[in-house]
Design a protein around this ligand. Sequence first.
Ligand SMILES: Nc1ncnc2c1ncn2[C@@H]1O[C@H](COP(=O)(O)OP(=O)(O)O)[C@@H](O)[C@H]1O
Ligand SMILES: [Mg+2]
Length: 285
Amino acid sequence: MNNAQRVTDTNTDTNESKPIQTDNVIQLTSAPLLSAENISMLYAPGKGFDDVSLTLYPGEVLAIVGESGSGKTTLLKSLSGRVAPQQGSVNFQQTPFEMTNLYEMSEAQRRGVMREHFGIVHQHPMDGLRARVSAGGNIGERLMEVGARHYGDIREQAKTWLTAVEIDVSRIDDMPLTFSGGMQQRLQIARNLVTHPKLVFMDEPTGGLDVSVQARLLDLIRNLVRELQLAVVIVTHDLAVARLLADRIMVMKQGKVVESGLTDRVLDDPRHAYTQLLVSSVLQQ
Ligand SMILES: Nc1ncnc2c1ncn2[C@@H]1O[C@H](COP(=O)(O)OP(=O)(O)O)[C@@H](O)[C@H]1O
Ligand SMILES: [Mg+2]
């Protein structure tokens, strides 16, 4: 977190029937990077998400947690420009101190914002990689999308990024389908970070991997997030992932935010009954 000065409101009310708002974090040093105001996207009653608001500051990591089907992926898609919400607005700080509504700009402009400023890490790495393009090509392609043309430079950057995500440079011309799941996920991360996005959206990035591979990948993500001062919205059903990576947590249940706040506060002193259940079921595992 690169915002040094924060004042948090220590809300001590407990009311299990209402969402508990503990997001009264006053930022003194910067303007929000992303904000959502009362957004809803319901495919059917209870399927999707309903009336969600949030604010994300530069360099901040927000985890969205909740059980399967609670609307996390749908919410992430709306926050990242891929699914227009039925109500409310998603705003991004495209130029300093100016928030632009992602869904009021043209499709081409929105794609431009996504290309220039966003990274999107899918749960299944092959959803975010091109199967018929080499590892180096997968990284290089992203650079070319934002204007890089010099073959030698592109290849050098691809090598640098393969190294950064702990893939042996000798694999640069290999196809991603010849990689293990963990390597594919690291390649997907390299493909996303090579263009230096400000904001990265991750959907269960360690979800499909073996536990030992998960731990290493999490460590890598944590280091990259710190070094690059990335702002991240990460969806996970794993509270340990949230604990390790996130500054703040938002808990979703059946499409509604039931609790949000600083990570340690939410996990050590959960106030909503549902969060208490999530935390205690982890302890029992
Ligand atoms: N494109 C879609 N069309 C219809 N229903 C959908 C669609 N995407 C998701 N849903 C439904 O919305 C609910 C929330 O899904 P999702 O956002 O994927 O939840 P999560 O990521 O928390 O598991 C689920 O009941 C799911 O079946
Ligand atoms: Mg999901």
